[in-house]
Design a protein. Structure first.
Length: 387
């Protein structure tokens, strides 16, 4: 049995475990109550609970949305925790809010049906919540994607979300599939385990299970570190961790037929059970590994809207990393111990690939062709240096 305050704390820990550097207010809407707690970094602040769950509101208001609205407005207007939500994220937890998100996904034709990390701007979420609250839910488009038992509770969930957005004025709403149960498990971990990056650890696990040589994936991280550091391309901390994850995932599709490695890798990564990565990050990872297998020609039949989830900058970075991975794999053939003995770096305005000693025999047309493709992307002249 959990107290409301303890439930709020565990819900916040669940979000912390599943969202990289969470910053905002967590709200867990159940049948009987709403738990709210502010999170910043790895530790939640003091949480609170109020009787604003869907079933509770239906009982209190005698199933009158107007009466429920008066009650919600009064309760939420007295909560200082929402004042700290302005221009931050609101993390929505709970089955009915996830049902709202699922309905929104299907109505908008969203290309990625992964609930965890699904984010909507506060303005769009507010408009959608108002719509769901006002109309008969059975008349909503795509309502069939919501379980029959959840549908009567949608207006109450929309009502609570609407007033949270009006009062708190967050920047966006992110839906989390991680909640109390994940928070309880996270609370039992040692501090060293809590400090690990969940995305990198999951990518490392897939690398161990599916790659030809897991150590080569680790070596690819260092190889591209040196390349990026010399290239003059700016890289944020978040872009760096995504690149490291991509290096670990770069060879997980090798067992597929060569003609389908790109497609299969894209689908596996886009729909994998990752946490600590948002949907634009997923799209970046999937596209970078797609480009690593097929080159820079994008197949328009492969979910063209997936590209819409990434910014122009991140799509460009996915192309650059995909080209670098293509070059790295043709140099090392997925064998460990090769890349650390070669160097890829920008030197004197040229993109130079150093192939010392016995590796000089690799300096053929195929290697040079891939080096030239990468050099064009960053505006440099390609050159292979032997010895």
């Amino acid at each position: 049995m959990l107290s409301g305050v303890r439930e709020a704390e565990l819900t916040a820990l669940g979000v912390i475990s599943g969202v990289h550097q969470a910053d905002g207010v967590v709200g867990d809407l159940g049948g009987g109550s709403l738990e709210l707690v502010d999170v910043h970094g790895a530790r939640p602040r003091h949480g609170l609970t109020r009787p604003l769950g869907g079933l509770a509101l239906a009982d209190i208001s005698a199933k009158s949305i107007k009466k429920a609205e008066k009650f919600v407005r009064k309760i939420l207007g007295e909560l200082p925790v929402l004042a700290g939500c302005e221009d931050r994220s609101f993390y929505a937890v709970g089955g009915t809010w996830r049902a709202l998100a699922r309905l929104h996904m299907w109505q908008t034709g969203y290309p990625l049906h992964v609930m965890h990390g699904y984010a909507v701007s506060a303005d769009e979420a507010l408009e959608f919540a108002r719509l769901v609250r006002r109309v008969d839910v059975e008349s909503l488009a795509k309502i069939e994607v919501v379980n029959d038992a959840r549908r009567p509770l949608l207006p109450y969930a929309a009502l609570v979300l609407e007033h949270i957005l009006r009062i708190g004025r967050p920047r966006r709403v992110m839906f989390s599939a991680f909640g109390v149960r994940e928070g309880l498990l996270y609370s039992l971990l040692k501090e060293k385990e809590k400090g690990k990056d969940a995305l990198i650890e999951t990518a490392r696990g897939l690398n161990m299970l599916r790659s030809r040589s897991p150590r080569q994936g680790e070596e690819m991280i260092e190889w591209t570190d040196r390349f990026l550091a010399s290239s003059g391309l700016e890289e944020t901390a978040e872009e760096r961790r995504l690149r490291h994850a991509a290096c670990l995932l770069a060879d997980i599709g090798w067992r597929a037929h060569p003609d389908y490695r790109g497609e299969q890798s894209l689908n596996v990564i886009a729909h994998a059970g990752f946490s600590a990565v948002d949907h634009p990050g997923r799209a970046y990872l999937a596209l970078a590994i797609f480009f690593r297998h097929v080159g820079l020609v994008m197949d328009d039949e492969l979910s063209p809207r997936l590209r819409e989830l990434t910014s122009t900058r991140m799509l460009d970075r996915a192309r650059v990393l995909g080209a670098a991975l293509r070059l790295g794999f043709v140099v090392c053939a997925a064998m460990p111990g090769v890349l650390p003995r070669t160097i890829l770096a920008v030197e004197r305005h040229r993109l130079a690939l150093h192939l010392p000693g016995q590796f000089g025999a690799l300096a053929g047309d195929r290697v040079f062709g891939r080096l030239r493709t990468l050099a064009r992307l960053i505006g440099r002249e390609p050159v292979i240096l032997l010895g």
